[in-house]
Ligand binder design. Sequence first.
Ligand SMILES: NC(=O)C1=CN([C@@H]2O[C@H](COP(=O)(O)OP(=O)(O)OC[C@H]3O[C@@H](n4cnc5c(N)ncnc54)[C@H](OP(=O)(O)O)[C@@H]3O)[C@@H](O)[C@H]2O)C=CC1
Ligand SMILES: CCCCCC/C=C/C(=O)O
Length: 504
Amino acid sequence: MASEYNGSSKASESVFKIPPIKFTKLFINGKFVDSVSGKTFEAIDPRTGEAITRVSEGDTEDIDLAVKAARQAFDHGPWPRMSGSERGMIMMKFADLIEKNVEELAALDAINGGKLFSHCKAMDIPGAARNLRYYAGAADKIHGTVLKLSKGFQGYTLREPIGVVGSIIPWNFPAIMFFMKASPALAAGCSMVVKPAEQTPLSALYYAYLAKLAGLPDGVLNVVTGFGETAGAAISSHMDIDKVTFTGSTEVGRKIMAAAAASNLKPVSLELGGKSPLLIFEDADIDQAVNIAFNAIFYNKGEICVASSRVYVQEGIYQTFVKKLVEKANAWVIGDPFDPRVNQGPQTDKKQFEKILSYIEHGKREGATLLTGGKRLGSKGFYIEPTIFTDVKEDMTIAKEEIFGPVMSLMKFKTMEEAIKRANNTTYGLAAGVITKNLNVANTVSRSIRAGIIWLNCYTAFDVDCPYGGYKMSGFGREFGLDALNQYLQIKSIVTPIHDSPWH
Ligand SMILES: NC(=O)C1=CN([C@@H]2O[C@H](COP(=O)(O)OP(=O)(O)OC[C@H]3O[C@@H](n4cnc5c(N)ncnc54)[C@H](OP(=O)(O)O)[C@@H]3O)[C@@H](O)[C@H]2O)C=CC1
Ligand SMILES: CCCCCC/C=C/C(=O)O
């Protein structure tokens, strides 16, 4: 069998003592409150499928209260009116508090999202703090331009905060998702209503608590836990929200855009799905290519929008590549995400788990060859073997649809032209990877693939200073970098006559 299952409670107990859950209520106007209905829902541990605790279930009325608080904070409160450097200092303090609580925050995403505790502790949570600091540093560098106009006028532009932002986020990177949207929005001077995914509400509530400790004024950052069809939909159709930022499925992205258009025409930015290709050319270092290809799909159990689920390998190295890939799959350890020996934890919830297994069945039925994996592991929790299919055809479901799990489709190609054509044969356009030592090939391929980010001889190499986002049905708008900050600003032009100018 490809992988060792080690999901015993003994392993987790020996590694880290999971702290008690502190925050389970909605955070509105600087206070933790019950939902208006008093309803709650279960936060589930995907290692067992059992409930960890119950969390308040926000609905339309709670979103209304949160929007009122955010509106008041934006229209009359100090946050957009203080200087950028003052906002930046509060955000820096927020980042420090996140780092001080790194273990507890990492444990929340591991127990609630099935993510590796070690990765959350070393990457996700410090990444969230880094993200805050990057935009904190930008908060006092938001400039307009001076306009020397014709016909006796002059002008300048101001870049003003867009207003109240609704942020609807998924469960796969609870920390990074929260801050990739909150950090630029807060730096711009916006106030927010954040709805985390129903699967991973716990860490978002903890961030709300830390925001208050850091000195964010009440009403600036509100967190309403609840369901997409109720609380999420109330955000997209709200008349008093000025912008919605969303990451998740293409299907829900479409609904959000329609609701935004049907209400107050608020702008939306959508970071949606992908079916990202990785092209490996014959001149590649095979060991390096195998490592990159493996991690590009199996990192975070395949639950990442840029997962390279379509791997195209040039025919001359195909057989060797396959052999080495299988060795790597055999050494991959699946089990309790708190165990430091483990490479892959459980899928985030039952729905995703069943969806992935059903795609695997599709692959088998449609005639692809199962090279490794293909089954669940253990009898409890949502563990799935790293699964690799060969003999995949372009029109098979597993080659076309986003699986969002540990399933790789491996394909062979002959020429660069063929590889480019097949890489572009998708409705998505989020990311792509190219592995080659040939600079001409690297340049031609990276300019020919229609995707928002191309990784050359690497993959998943995210950086807060490097924008990424979708082409085609992977959405629009950019996360990270100063491009993300611009999404929370709007430009106002101010024009005035100028008399007796010595020149025009
Ligand atoms: N680009 C990415 O990073 C992600 C892509 N996906 C893709 O989406 C698939 C389904 O995952 P799923 O979690 O269901 O993704 P969704 O797109 O349904 O969920 C993402 C967020 O949107 C919310 N939401 C759901 N319905 C609505 C709605 N009608 N109006 C407003 N907000 C809504 C969800 O709420 P809640 O879940 O709380 O009910 C969640 O907070 C995955 O298998 C994967 O293919 C999923 C997550 C991330
Ligand atoms: C280690 C950095 C990870 C950044 C994750 C960005 C994820 C995006 C997505 O899945 O939508």
